[in-house]
Design a protein around this ligand. Structure first.
Ligand SMILES: [Zn+2]
Ligand SMILES: [Zn+2]
Ligand SMILES: [Zn+2]
Length: 198
């Protein structure tokens, strides 16, 4: 880690396939109220580090670094700790999970919102959906690896497709043309694993 807490690419390892080569991208963190009001482009932009091998996405929000944060517990009663640097002080926010069709028809404010827990030391973002009940879901294979939840090691997921928004496209009302990611939500703990579509 560098002086200001930011992770350098050379220090990151993909938790899915253990490779350490990433490409960088950015995505707008949409929110329901601002999307509804047409102000979605004023939301913060997160950095994505995308594994070159399996396309797993690691998310970071630098502006969380140095914020006060608090110790939080998830619904499985386990403390939420940054999996990268073990920091316990996190900030939380809600981010809208948009898709192409609803964004095109300007009804994306009705999409489900994920809960983010963001590390105040390194900026790493965890994503959760509340819907998990421990039942159902499917097994997933990514780049020859059977996917296991990076938080609880469960192997069953609900799959969906989520738009990776951008500020400029949102401002121009072209956000529905943005790239999409596959999102797999762990049916036990609700943790979301993100993969850029290949
Ligand atoms: Zn990988
Ligand atoms: Zn951290
Ligand atoms: Zn899990």
């Amino acid at each position: 880690m560098s002086q200001d807490g930011k992770y350098q690419e050379s220090e990151l390892v993909c938790p899915i396939c253990a490779q350490n080569i990433f490409k960088q991208s950015h995505s707008l963190l949409s929110s329901r109220t601002k999307t509804y009001l047409g102000l979605d482009w004023t939301n913060p932009t997160a950095d994505m580090h995308i594994c070159f091998n399996c396309l797993h996405i690691l998310w970071f929000l630098d502006k969380a670094i140095g914020m006060q944060g608090e110790s939080l517990v998830w619904q499985d009663e386990q403390p939420l700790i940054c999996p990268l640097c073990q920091e316990e002080k996190l900030i939380s926010r809600e981010t809208l999970l948009s898709d192409k069709a609803t964004t095109m028809f300007n009804t994306d404010w009705g999409n489900p919102a994920a809960l983010n827990y963001i590390c105040t030391s390194c900026g790493f973002m965890q994503w959760f959906l509340n819907a998990a009940d421990g039942e159902g879901g499917e097994t997933v294979t990514v780049a020859d690896h059977e996917l296991h939840c990076t938080r609880c090691n469960h192997a069953h997921f609900e799959r969906s497709t989520t738009l990776l928004s951008s500020r400029s496209a949102t401002l121009l009302h072209l956000d529905w043309t943005s790239p999409e990611a596959d999102t797999y939500t762990c049916t036990r703990c609700g943790n979301i694993e993100w993969f850029q579509q290949g």
